[in-house]
Design a protein around this ligand. Structure first.
Ligand code: PEP
Length: 248
């Protein structure tokens, strides 16, 4: 299975800043056959970035989508619209959306269905917060997030699905999960995937996200069950993201 590294730019960069960052990223990235690389700039920059990525090894991702394809949903963006501007991957239920916009597992499930229906590849984000980990509920929380987020998915869809394990306590804190903590949770996610998707579960990529940097990437990537990375802060720096994408 090809690994996948996605840069999540969050709510950062204007269109001219995005164009400049993509330029310096493309100048630094060295494509490799065993991995895919994608970037998720804000919605406002997607149309400007798509032509810059054409013919490059970098794919376009979006940070969210709505669960309907069109209609009276002011302010929302559909999977059809994302397809239209050349998006391949779409993040679903990132913890910042769960936290600030109260996105639930039910909404995550609707968005995964919408992404698949419109030909996109969803990246379902899951992960426990600090209190849940401290109280020993991390496994239960993550298991439920995977099961509900993938409700209605069938084995034939497995190769288009990604799950990103992003412990909330590791996001933007500089405190990444240890390789052992990540491996343990990835194993649990894989078990849950098997319960939903049977043998096809092996086609799903399980990414790790949370304070990945050039300094810890070579330690994290060899951990068992890590099929790629979701990178936030470091993806806004071309040199750092290029170094992360060229993990050994
Ligand atoms: C993220 O937002 O998905 C993320 C992993 O952020 P960071 O790398 O900054 O922790």
């Amino acid at each position: 299975m090809r690994r996948l590294v996605i840069g999540n730019w969050k709510m950062n960069r204007t269109v001219p800043e995005t164009v400049a960052l993509v330029g310096s990223l493309l100048a630094r990235l060295s494509p490799a056959a065993d991995r895919e690389i994608a970037i998720a700039p804000p919605f406002t920059a997607l149309s400007a970035v798509a032509p810059l990525l054409k013919g490059s090894a970098v794919l376009l991702a979006a940070q969210d989508l709505f669960w309907q394809d069109e209609g009276p949903y002011t302010g929302e963006i559909s999977g059809v619209m994302l397809q239209d501007v050349g998006v391949s991957y779409v993040l679903v239920a990132h913890s910042e959306r769960r936290r600030h916009l109260e996105e639930t597992d039910r909404i995550a499930g609707l968005k995964v269905r919408a992404a698949l229906r419109t030909g996109l590849k969803p990246v379902l984000c899951v992960g426990e917060d600090e209190v849940e980990r401290a109280s020993g509920r991390a496994f239960t929380v993550v298991r439920a997030q995977v099961a509900r987020g993938l409700e209605g998915c069938v084995p034939g869809e497995a190769s288009r699905l990604q799950v990103a394990y992003e412990p909330v306590w590791a996001i933007g804190t500089g405190r990444a999960a240890s390789p052992a903590q990540a491996a343990e949770m990835h194993d649990l996610i894989r078990q849950e995937l098997r319960a939903v998707l049977k043998d096809s579960a092996r086609a799903v990529r399980v990414l790790y996200g949370g304070s990945v940097t050039p300094d810890n990437v070579d330690e994290l990537m060899p951990a068992p069950g890590i099929d790629g990375l979701l990178v936030g802060g470091a993806s806004l720096h071309a040199e750092q993201f290029a170094r992360i994408a060229s993990y050994r």
